[in-house]
Write a new protein. Sequence first.
Lengths: 312, 331
Amino acid sequence: MVTTPDASLVTPERPVGMGTGPEREFTVKARTQTQLIVRRFFAHKLAVGSLVVFVLILVVSLLGQRFWKYKYGVPDPNALSQAPSWEHPLGTGDLGEDGLAQMLRGAQRSIQIALLVMVTQTAIATLVGATSGYFRSWVDSGLMRLVDLVLTLPVFALLIVLASRLSVGWVGVALVIAFIGWAPDSRVVRGVFLSLREKEYVEAAHALGAKNRRIIVRHLLPNSLGVIIVNATLALAFAILLEAALSYLGFGVQAPDTSLGKLISDAQGAVDTRPWLFYFPGVVIIAIALTVNFIGDGLRDAFDPTQTRVRA
Amino acid sequence: MIVFIVRRLLISVPVLIASAVLVFLMVSAGGDPLAPLRANPNISQDALNARRHDLNLDKPLPQRFGLWAANFVKGDFGNDLNGRPVKPQLFSRLGMTVRLVLVSQFLALGLAIVAGVFAAVRQYSIGDYIVTFTGFLLISTPLFWFAGVLKEWAAIRLNNGLDSLFHTNRRFVFTIGDKTPDFTGNTWDRISDYAGHMVLPTIALAGVTYAVWSRFQRASMLEVLNSDYMRLAQAKGLPRRRVLVRHGLRTALIPLTTVVAINVGAVIGGVVITERVFGWHGMGELLLTAANNRDVNVMLGWLMLAAVVVILANLVADILYAYLDPRIRRT
């Protein structure tokens, strides 16, 4: 390759927007990529609002049990099947358990599972996608055939079959969901790696003698982080729904423990007499999944360098 | 085109074999199919051994797979835990499940195309925001809860509302089962009875699918609307309607074929949940009972049937895509 050394070195180094005419966003001062992403995200009102609500739900569900006066699973014969009141904001169950205490425990469990699914699934997907996209050839075709295979399996039905065999508590439920769900994400990561590995800076790193591992970890991963994070948020929203569905069918979280899906399942027998036990957990699931989806949408826009119009 | 179809068909065969292996491994992973029998004190050791031999559990895993696969290919799905053959059980329930899936998916497809195109054409209008938000909301709603709300909350109100309109003093939508048991009446009443039972499950199952597809259709239509040839068509002075439908919609529909096919797996999961909520004795119930009882042969038969359906759907989608988009055929 014959290029004048100064041209190829100087151009990417120059701070963006310095003296290149009226590029509105960049005329004030040069910002780092992270600053740009954060700014774009915070300009997305719906996403920011969702983030606030989601963090609130997260904090309340993970810590709320310590501060609420009623404890999970403690029956109270003096307060059977009470409608929501100041004493019991979410009513009580047929044994007098406090609805809010049940809900806090259920939400905690559901969120724990979803977070674990998100981490595990993203890790598997990134590992497979990165390996496949970077090394290509037989590694790629082998791994992608496997992904194709997992994609052609009726996932939810398999989940039922697999989960019915497990009795290892919520961690097992989370791992089974992640084990089934990584395939589509790894395809996305692979796509990003396939296009990034052809970039000049990767070629430059190769020329400088960088090892494969260094190129993947230091050059390619940071640049595909946006896609990975967006996919991870979507995985979180999906995991909340999957766990709820599994627990509803009786194959997820088991009896002494509870989750949002199991709460709904338990309440379904008596929706007419205790509607509050049926409707509130559903609303919480929707709130979590909806805010996470909106956050993911906002992140997608924020990470997209071609996005100039920040949606209000 | 014929070469493409043949090649695509040939690829499906190893995929089917591989998924059979995977399904078999997953079903036999962990869990002892005889555990429920062992727990029962009235069953003797001899009976257990006979059962073990019956299910080939005394043989190594590869041999077990070989025996099962050989029978499966010949159309013998084996017997369930009670000794009844699996195959008739599967196929007798297939009809009502397929009916529910087909009606709800066509409904979802129609709605999604209309809503997606509308939202794209009127981008950032109130209508677009409503469509987009509804999509987000439905994607974030657990299907079983949505179905539960329809069943527990909407059904009564719908029946009362329709009744006050028509004063016929009968129920219009039903919340349990796929038909009224011991129903007597002429063909027309029979059809309306089936329809009344199908309304709510169909809405439930269609809702979630609609959400995914309408968002996809909106994105796909937007991409087409922003392309150069659309501007050219408008610049030529063609009527707006013709530009949108002939040039825009037709192109924007092509990617939807793939999305519809990929969704088949999700719908199979969705129908299991929907049938459970509305108490249908369909495929879903069969799988749930089998999973609870660790009924290996029923699960295997069920999952293989589902895998075949998914693979066929992908096959059809690929061929359709190649037919609609000639660029695919050449690669």
